[in-house]
Design a protein around this ligand. Sequence first.
Ligand code: DGL
Length: 259
Amino acid sequence: MQPIGIFDSGIGGLSIWKEIHKLLPNEETIYLADSVHAPYGDKPKEEIVEASIKNTDALIKKGCKIIVVACNTATTNAISVLRKKYKLPFVGIEPATKPAAIKTITGKIGILATKGTLASELFLNTSKKYRGQVRIFETIGEGLVPIIESGNLTDVKPLLIKYLLPMVKEGVDNIVLGCTHYPFLIPIIRKIIPEHINIIDSGKAVAQQTQNILSDNGLLNQTSNTGKLDFYTNADVAILRNFLNSITKDRLNIKFEKW
Ligand code: DGL
């Protein structure tokens, strides 16, 4: 059985892995947390592309049949390069501007994402399409990824207040989490923003898209075997393990590796 390969700049993409594993429990998965290079969001495009190529090469070496780029920053900066360079299918994630623009009643939406995502051509092109219909309030979540990567969220609330309250005051009714690390902050975010505001994260949509692409390419696992679940990090194994323990009770293989 060939696995689904998933990578992120760190542990953020586990929010995507969780949805993929829920939807496709028989599939084997290999997750790469490139935490040693996090955050990607502050890096120039060329470095994000280079890291994405390294991650993809490592997953292909491990026999993956599809690559899920579980990182908005890597998708918006590198997925077109990856699709040109490799033959296997890719699934990416970008800020859910369209769903938010469809849902909003106030006509105002907020997007919290990394600098690299908000500056990318892909994001700018998508948001240009909706700027005529809705007002978009974008904020860079400066410093959030390193805090999440550290595994200690005690200092994160003041930053979230600083980033989210201005858009709340502007009247947004939908806030897009445009970084796969941010869903881990939802319990704290819910305490900061009013109840009527929707929080949009695209984990389920990415899982659905992964299933569709596997199915269209005849790549779905047809056996009822339970898939092996492998996780690699090039940084602190204990932090990766803690996050995984908080989202699943399945038996996992968690290893340190450089790639
Ligand atoms: N999880 C990545 C994303 O979705 C984090 C980016 C970073 O490392 O700065 O954008």
